[in-house]
Each structure stands twice: as C-alpha cells, then as structure tokens.
Design a binder for this molecule. Structure first.
Ligand code: PEP
Ligand code: MG
Length: 586
C-alpha cells in the first residue's frame, strides 16, 4: 500500500481495474417543489395529474427493469420490483391523495412530503438494509416528482467524452445506465461491495471505489482523479509521474486479466519451491465462485458480519448453515476459514444490543461480544460445525487479546459439540480452530496462544491500527497508518516464530498481503498463507512465482534491522526494482 498522503482517499474496492480521468460530479438533482393551495375546482384535476404521473413512472421503471433483466438477469432486476412496490404502496398513495383532497395541496408537494417522511423512517433504522430501502424510496420520489414537474429524466447518457464519475451515491436507476464507453471509473461516498452501483460497475467492467465517505467534498468538477478499484483507493490530482504509474498499473492489470485463465491454474510456489497457500477474503457467500474463478485455493477469511448487518433480526441457524455449507461445498477440497461474527467497532446493529461507544474499536467487539452473547455465538457455531460435515471448514475467532478468551471460546465449542452429539445432529468433529492475531496483546502472548490454537491468521488491518494507535478509518492520520513500520514487521516476525515453534501455520488475511511490497516482505518473514481480495490474487500469485524465498528472506532480515518505515519501504521497493523488475509496481 502506498503511503497515504492527503490526496489519497480510501474506500471499498468494489469493481477491479484502474482508471484516470476528469471528474464529473453527479450532483444530487435539486427538484424545486413549490407548495401551492388549490381552489376547490382544482382538486379533481390534481388527483388525475397525480395518477397520471404514477402511471408514467410505472412505465419508466418497467422499462429499466426489462433492460436490466435482459442484460444482467432476473436477480439484478429485482431492485426495480422493489421500486414498483414503493410506487404502488397503498399508504403512500392514500396519504398523498388525502393531502391533496383534505389539505388542498398540490400533488408534488403532497407526494414529496409523504415519501420524505417514509424515507426518514427507514433512515432512522440502523441496519444497512433499511438505509438502502430509504434510498430506493427517494429514487421513486424523484421519478414521480420529475413527471409532475414535467422535467426530463436526469440521465448519465447526457455525459459526453470520457469521465470519472463521482457521486454521493448512484440510485439503481442511474446505475442501470452506466456506460463503459463514457464512464472510465466510479467513486462514491456511500455504498459497499454489494450495493447496487458496485454490482452494476462490476457487470460493466468499470473500475469502482465506493464507501469513500466524503469524496464529493474533496474533488471538484474537472479535477483529475485516479481510481484504483483493486485496492479501494482514489487519488485526487495525481502528479505527472503518478499518472504514468497508474497507466503502467492499468496495463499490468489488463495483462494479468488477459492471462487470468492461465495464471489461475498455476501453483503459488516460489522459484525455489516454497509453497504459499493463496486464498481469498469474502464477505458474501456469492463471492466464493468469483474467488475460485480468480484462482483462490481456499477462503482464508469469510467475514460473517453480513448476516447480522443486512437485516434487523438475528440470522437463524439454518440460514447460516445453508450459506456456510454452500461455500464449503463449492470450495471443497480447499479450505474455508469462517470467522465468527466481528460486530462492534464500526459495525453495530441496534437489535444486537451493540451501541455507539466512545472508543468503538477498543470496545465491545469480536470475541468479546460473542462470549457475552453466548446464545447468539452458539447458533453460529452450530451452523459452522454442521457445515463442516460437507466441506473443509476451519473456524477462527476475531479480536482475541487473552488466552482466557481463547479458552472460553474453545469451551463454548466443546459445549456445542456435546449438544449436537446429544441431539444426534451430524457435525464435523475434527477441524482446525484458530485465531485472528490482530491485537498487540496477541503478539506478546503468541507463545501461549500458539499452544492452544491450531493456526494464526494475522489481521494486519487491525494489528496496524492497534499497534501504531492509528484509527484505520481516520483520514487525518492516514499517513501514519504504515504496514512497513518496524513495530509491525517485528510483531509479524514474533507471531511467525511462535507459531512455527509450536507447529502451527501462520497466515495473513489483512490487506498488507495484497500489496506487492507487503507480499514480498511477508514471504520473507516466513508466512505460510496469504488471503486477500479476489481481485488481487493474479498479481500476488505472480509475485510469489517470481521471487525466490531465499532472497525474500534475506530482504526481510535486512528490513527488520532498519529503524523507520520510510527506510524499510525505500529498501524493499529498491530491492524489488533491481532484483525483480518484472513485478515492480510503480
Ligand atoms: C484485519 O483486521 O486485518 C482483518 C482482516 O479483519 P477486518 O478487516 O475484518 O477487521
Ligand atoms: Mg480485524
């Protein structure tokens, strides 16, 4: 990962590829609605006008839905069914009719007030699922009001030339019209990897970074913006050299994509024969297939928060079992490492009782939550144990900071085994149970943890945050978030040494192993497994296949003697450029 200067913003890698272009900011369209009081004679015509606008909107949505269904399939078209439902919602329609009739207000005012209120009600609910419903309600509201005002539909089709699209968010209707001929890349403030705009961008092959929080505040119309959809970063005003570097990266990405079918079949082995397990991180069960297509030989981190965040109720054992089983079966015989839920921190859900805390990352999260809410923990463990019958499943606990936590969690596993046995429910008996090594405490007690865990998977994202005391989401101090900091390298060395001393394998599932310089140094530090975004697998595999283990080891040993992050980075990058120019990244 390049050192993050003030011009670099981090978000979520939502669609792979690299693009540089002039910014086109898609402002949220202002539809000026005036409040008007109707005379008694105007009421019936106003109601007819409202009904006509609903009918015209229905036609619009149906048209978009048909286009998307033909192009991308029924699943992607579903969101427009939701829009049709919102449009036909009896409460919304009746309330608007009431306001027109009883308060003598004009239709656009009545409809805007009604739908805004509904959207706000959804906004007040904390789960992401409802927030996206609120966005859908606003999308429909704008469509109907546009018809009432006689305004033509705002369309991305109006964009001329080639641009990088920057928006707070894209509505499903807008996302449906993304055209790769004019839109080189996308950067949005909100959204996640599974948001509608991310899905559409992937389907159309447009690089995208979403969830940037305030990209729209940092860029202006016409600025140059680079979008790195592989690493989830954008750079505002890249200088001449950076633009050239992005162009090189883009060529490299396209070359690797072109050779993907070939690369994905090759083993992740160094020229001198050291084998690295190369796995993928996923958040949604559907991503597993994509991981396989890109050459993953396992799932190194299955984040399960998705189940808990997408709706306002607890996911059932069956629901989870089905998802885990599906992924385990698909990946078989490769392993699937399921991480028990890591809610808390920046992911909270009111129905779970997690609250906004003053120091959420130091708060009630990860294994701390699961050990306290054992009934929830056990449901998840039962689902995982049962899925282990059909696949090569492993289990790991997040945020472990004491041996006691590991023992307690293992104790709950023993209880779950007993309960399943008593109920004669089939479950996998022997599978590995490891921990995420992501707190400084875990580093200092690695020796004890390694005696009782079956593996360590190093979560560098959190390990860096906690070791360097740098909030991973705070842009102001993003330049201090430095994977090459000597404290990080030494921590990783300790974890590898202690793990290997007790004959357990040690992997990395944080983003550090998806960065070329990071991957080389981790290879040299003796890691056994890398797990990263599926998008980065071809590139990281190419690195593993190019760098000898003996040279990487030598490089890591020298790096460990250096005193500053900058020295380490200069040294590692210099070494890569001179020794392995074929993998050197600009
Ligand atoms: C990590 O901390 O490195 C990690 C992989 O977990 P997450 O990013 O989900 O906290
Ligand atoms: Mg973590």
């Amino acid at each position: 990962m390049a050192t993050l200067g003030p011009r670099v913003l981090r978000g979520v890698a939502a669609s792979p590829g690299i693009a540089v272009g002039k910014v086109y900011i898609l402002e949220l369209e202002e539809l000026h609605v005036k409040e008007r009081t109707l005379s008694p004679g105007e009421i019936e015509p106003e109601l007819a006008r409202f009904k006509a606008a609903l009918a015209a909107t229905r036609e619009d949505i149906q048209q978009v839905k048909d286009t998307i269904r033909q192009e991308l399939g029924a699943e992607q078209a579903k969101v427009f069914d939701a829009h049709l439902q919102i449009l036909d919602d009896v409460v919304a329609v009746e309330e608007t009719v009431r306001v027109i009739r009883e308060e003598s207000k004009n239709a656009e005012f009545a409809y805007r007030r009604t739908l805004s209120r509904i959207a706000e009600e959804f906004d007040a609910l904390e789960e992401e699922h409802f927030r996206s419903t609120a966005a859908d309600v606003r999308d429909v509201k704008r469509r109907v009001i546009r018809h009432l005002l006689g305004k033509p539909r705002r369309s991305l089709g109006d964009i001329t030339g080639q641009v990088v699209l920057v928006a707070h968010d894209l509505t499903p209707s807008e996302a449906a019209f993304l055209n790769p001929d004019t839109i080189l890349g996308i950067a949005t403030d909100s959204g996640g990897r599974t948001s509608h705009s991310a899905i559409m961008a992937r389907a159309r092959g447009i690089p995208a970074v979403v969830g940037l929080r305030n990209a729209t505040l940092h860029v202006n119309q016409g600025d140059t913006l680079a979008v790195d959809g592989n690493r989830g970063m954008v750079e505002v005003h890249p200088d001449e050299k950076a633009v050239k570097d992005y162009a090189k990266r883009r060529r490299k990405f396209l070359r690797l994509e072109g050779a993907l079918l070939h690369i994905r079949e090759l083993p992740a082995v160094t020229p001198d024969g050291r084998q690295i397990e190369l796995s993928a991180n996923i958040e949604m069960p559907e991503e597993a297939e994509h991981a396989l297509e890109r050459g993953a030989r396992g799932i190194g981190l299955f984040r399960t928060e998705f189940f808990y965040m997408r709706s306002a109720r607890l996911p059932s054992e069956e629901e989870q079992y089905e998802a885990y089983r599906k992924v385990a079966e698909l990946m078989h015989p490769y392993p699937v490492i399921i991480r028990t839920v890591d809610v808390g921190g920046d992911k909270f859900a009111s129905y779970l009782g997690t609250e906004r805390e003053n120091n959420p990352f130091l708060g009630w999260r990860g294994i701390r939550f699961s050990l306290e809410r054992r009934e929830i923990f056990k449901i998840q463990l039962r689902a995982i144990f049962r899925a282990a019958v059909t696949g090569n499943v492993k289990l790991m606990f997040p945020m472990v900071s004491s041996l006691d936590e590991l023992r307690q969690a293992n104790g709950v596993c023993a209880e779950v085994r007993e309960e399943l046995r008593a109920r004669r429910v089939p479950f996998g008996e022997n599978f590995e149970v490891g921990i995420m090594a992501e707190t400084p405490a875990a580093v200092f007690i690695a020796d004890s943890l390694a005696r009782e865990a079956d593996f360590f998977s190093i979560g560098t994202n959190d390990l860096i945050q906690y070791t360097l005391a740098v909030d991973r989401g705070n842009e102001k101090i993003a330049h201090l978030y430095e994977p090459m900091h000597p404290a990080i390298l030494r921590s990783i060395r300790t974890l590898v040494e202690m793990g290997h001393k007790h004959d357990i394998w040690v992997g990395v599932c944080g983003e550090m192993c998806g960065d070329p310089a990071g991957a080389v140094i981790l290879l040299g530090l003796g890691l056994d497994e890398f797990s990263t975004s599926p998008y980065l697998l071809p590139e990281i595999k190419t690195i593993v296949r190019s760098v000898t283990y003996s040279e990487a080891k030598e490089l890591a040993e020298t790096a460990l003697c250096l005193s500053t992050a900058a020295d380490v980075r200069d040294f590692v990058e210099g070494k890569i450029a001179s020794r392995f120019p074929q993998i050197a990244l600009p």
